[in-house]
Write a protein that binds this ligand. Structure first.
Ligand code: SR1
Ligand code: MG
Length: 408
């Protein structure tokens, strides 16, 4: 694959817009008055462009390497194709919950999409202590609709098989296999923690029950082809638009370049992990009510997920042996997976490469306790995933851990 394609820049962007008719009615390429590079993720260039009449588009270009590290870590830019195709497929099932895709340039790996600059990244709002209602539940609905729609229940045998093959994403899956499931337990030189958290990281890696569960979860991640999952559904992959009552009026799941056919509980776990990390931050900053609210979001997401997938279940394409008893078993499995993956995703953000601003922007004396709390919650969540606990019970247990570690 050619990796010598031209990168977008302020100098060449008008020319690029003029070269494609899809932009004719979207933006005036001769009157671009705003050009902002806003890529704050780990991988890509992201430009928000606006013309003098206020019309805007977003151009997202995949670099042939991991932006976080630089050209020393090559990475397929075909991830942009995966993101574009997945967003379009997900929009068939959850149109309002993803951005509109206008174009994909397969030579320069550029996705043109809806301008969401009237939205903001949810993680940033949470870090500021804002409490938008109406985000966690729609995200559960998004997981349910997209997971059901792309599963054997939604697609049937032939289409599901074709889709599993089309959507393979081995390079990005390997990032997750390494960073989420392996390196927190077997350091590959990319881990880092505060000196005062070294013992916590060692306790995690030496926790045999945890490592066994992580192994089982990694195996499932590598072999289960349930649904076309988002693959990186953290709070930085969610954009929200709120009203002045801190009620979300629009929620969008973005950045699905890690998408592939995998276990749907991975997406639920990613959300829950990031709510929990945000809760540790809130308490470290003394905001008890915000912590409690954040810990209640897992239940909201799960309720959005479960109620939606229950409604979809009667529409499954083949009802012969996929009976209601099967569904109740699946619900239990998905909950166990969600809790297991939540713990895996919490631990990786503390110990491994690519951490979260929630914790990293805390002063070291606050970060220490927050990081310790997250690691302890991670181990509890993953190891006790099959105990059939209620979400309220889990939230209560997390709160107890946070209170003990963050405020000691
Ligand atoms: C090298 S990419 C690091 C991380 O950024 C993405 O958001 C994924 O979570 C990935 O693991
Ligand atoms: Mg991302």
């Amino acid at each position: 694959m050619a990796n010598d394609y031209e990168y977008l820049s302020k100098e060449n962007i008008s020319q690029y817009l003029k070269s494609k008719s899809v932009f004719n009615n979207l933006i005036d390429a001769d009157n671009i008055v705003e050009f902002n590079e806003v890529g704050d993720g780990n991988l890509n260039l992201v430009f928000i462009l606006k013309d003098s009449k206020g019309k805007g588009v977003v151009l997202k270009q995949a670099l042939p390497y991991v932006r976080l590290v630089g050209p020393d870590w090559p990475m397929t830019p075909s991830r942009a194709r995966i993101e574009s195709e997945t967003t379009i497929i997900h929009s068939k099932f959850a149109k309002d919950l993803v951005p509109e895709i206008y174009d994909f340039d397969e030579e320069r790996f550029i996705i043109a999409m809806e301008d969401l600059s009237d939205h903001r990244v949810w993680r940033g709002a949470l870090n500021e202590g804002l409490r938008y209602e109406g985000v966690a539940k729609p995200l559960g609905e998004y997981v349910a609709k997209t997971a059901f729609g792309t599963s054997v229940f939604g697609l049937g045998h032939d289409k599901h098989k074709q889709e599993v093959a089309r959507a393979i994403n081995p390079e990005l899956c390997l990032i997750t296999e390494d960073l989420v499931f392996t390196e927190p337990y077997f350091d590959n030189g990319r881990n880092s923690v505060l000196e005062t958290n070294k013992k916590d990281a060692e306790d995690l890696a030496n926790d045999k029950d945890m490592v066994r569960e992580i192994g089982l979860l990694k195996y499932k991640f590598m072999t289960s082809a349930e649904s076309l999952i988002h693959g990186d559904l953290h709070t930085g992959s969610v954009m929200i638009k709120g009203n002045d009552k801190e009620q979300a009026i629009s929620v969008k799941a973005i950045d699905c370049e890690f998408a592939f056919y995998g276990p749907l509980g991975f997406d639920l776990g990613a959300l829950i992990a990031n709510y929990t990390i945000a809760a540790a931050r809130a308490r470290a900053l003394g905001n008890v009510e915000q912590m409690k609210w954040l810990l209640s979001l897992a239940e909201q997401t799960w309720e959005g997920f479960e109620s939606t997938i229950r409604k979809l279940w009667p529409t499954r394409v083949d009802k012969r042996v996929f009976n209601d008893e099967v569904f109740e078993n699946l619900i239990k499995t998905w909950k166990s997976d969600a809790q297991g993956y939540a713990g895996a995703k919490m631990a990786r953000r503390i110990v491994g490469l690519a951490k979260t601003s929630d914790i990293e922007t805390l002063e070291p004396n606050l970060r220490e306790g927050a990081a310790r709390a997250v690691l302890q919650m991670a181990r509890l969540s993953t190891k006790e995933r099959d105990l059939g606990k209620s979400w309220k019970n889990i939230a209560q247990q997390f709160e107890t851990i946070i209170e003990k570690t963050v405020t000691k």
